[in-house]
Design a protein around this ligand. Structure first.
Ligand code: ADE
Length: 419
């Protein structure tokens, strides 16, 4: 079996990590048990390009239980947990191509190794796999039946491809499920981003000013967790609706240019590029920390930071590069501007990935049953599947809820009764 991981001897540590995560993933466990019996993915070649974490390992083991023939590559050069990669290879016989800290050339070599598997289903996080397939390996596209996409950034890219008529097979936007973005993007990104900032810097957030750029589901989570730790939070936005919501949620709103000299910690979660630019970094406080939790490392203009600096940065702690500006000030870049929650911490906790990856597993099953009637476009999981995931999650948490009486259900379906 071909693979490329850092060190196969890490497999036992990876196994413990995966077991630890799986305890927190009861919905995925129930799916895995059914998949083992029903074999809905029997013999299908799946190429997955996901963050190689213990939670992703639980998903890979679920797909494998359902009969899939899987290969996994990293979806970011810095997010791989090397021990998990080793365990999947040694204990589950899943070929993995992922090494934490790999350079860009190795990252793309690994993506291509996943495509050498000739997938019938693609499972992507950020759309790099699908993008390479459509740009560089067109001859293989006809072999693909359907795909799934995990994240906001990937879904945005896919919709752009569909609009340009460039997309050649149907893809399920897992991110559009309510049981994904309400929970993973908000509570997962919220907690794990602060975890990453703290693990990298060990700074006290209480009393500090944290500037959060972007108030989508991820931004909401990050801002609320920063406030929970006692920070004074400023939100920057370009969308008036989101800015208004942030204002009424109790945050200060202002343009980033105004926030730049006020902030101690900056966190971008916009999905766009050059959000923190040279003009902002030039006026930041001495010692400011800048970080990104969006999918790509494009949100902070690192070349502009380099231009403002005197010489190369110093690696003052793991995941902290300190730039000395020509002005005499210092700026600390966390996690090379890559998603800080996976670079310096362990990504979202398993309890939330349980729902995201239940959507991936059920989404793959759904697409496989339905792809023949679908156009090359972006699809959403049916609402009843989404609600069933929520129901199973609640049940696993020992939480019961009310049901409508017949009278109440009839009332909601009628229009005659009024005041
Ligand atoms: N994205 C964010 N957190 C993650 C995790 N723990 N595993 C896989 N993908 C993730």
């Amino acid at each position: 079996m071909d693979f490329d991981v850092k060190d196969p001897n890490l497999a036992q540590a990876g196994r413990y990590k995966i077991e630890w995560a799986e305890q927190e993933m009861p919905v995925l466990k129930a799916i895995r048990e059914r998949f083992a019996k029903e074999q809905p993915l029997k013999g299908l070649r799946v190429s997955a390009c996901l963050h190689v974490t213990s939670e992703t390992a639980a998903l890979m083991r679920t797909l494998q239980a359902g009969g899939a023939d899987i290969v996994l590559s990293a979806s970011n050069p810095l997010s791989t947990q090397d021990e998990v990669a080793a365990s999947l290879v040694a204990n589950d016989e899943i070929p993995v191509y992922a090494i934490k800290g790999e350079d860009n050339a190795t990252y793309y070599k690994h993506l291509n190794a996943a495509l050498d598997h000739h997938p019938q289903i693609t499972m992507d996080d950020g759309c790099d796999l699908v993008s390479v397939l459509h740009k560089e390996r067109k001859g293989q596209i006809k072999e693909v039946l359907c795909g799934t996409e995990e994240t906001t950034t990937g879904v945005i890219r896919l919709r752009a491809m569909a609009k340009d008529k460039a997309l050649k097979f149907p893809v399920l936007a897992v991110n559009d499920s309510m049981t994904k973005h309400y929970f993973d993007n908000r509570y997962g990104t919220g907690q794990s981003t602060l975890d990453g900032v703290i693990r990298a810097s060990n700074i006290l957030l209480a009393g500090r000013t944290v500037v959060v750029s972007g108030y989508g589901w991820c931004g909401r989570g990050v801002a609320s967790r920063a406030r929970g730790l006692g920070a004074h939070v400023i939100v920057t936005e370009v969308d008036p609706m989101k800015a208004l919501e942030a204002l009424m949620d109790g945050y200060q709103i202002m343009p980033l240019k105004e926030a730049a000299p006020k902030g101690d910690v900056f966190i971008t979660v916009t999905g766009d590029k050059n959000v923190i630019d040279g003009e902002h970094m030039r006026v930041m406080k001495d010692g400011a920390l800048i970080s990104n939790s969006g999918h790509f490392n494009a949100e902070i203009n690192i070349p502009a930071l380099e231009k403002l600096s005197r010489g190369a940065p110093r690696q003052v702690r793991p995941f902290v590069q300190q730039y000395s500006l020509k002005s005499g000030r210092k700026i600390n870049l966390l996690g090379e501007g890559r998603l800080i929650n996976l670079a310096a911490a362990e990504g979202h906790p398993a309890a939330v990935m349980d729902m995201s990856f239940a959507n991936q597993a059920l989404g793959a099953e759904f697409m496989l049953k339905n792809y023949k009637g679908m156009k090359p476009n972006v699809y959403t999981i049916p609402e009843d599947v989404d609600r069933e995931i929520a129901r199973l999650k609640l049940e696993s948490l020992g939480c019961k809820i009310d049901t409508l009486t017949e009278e109440q259900a009839a009332y909601l379906a009628s229009w005659e009764e009024g005041t």
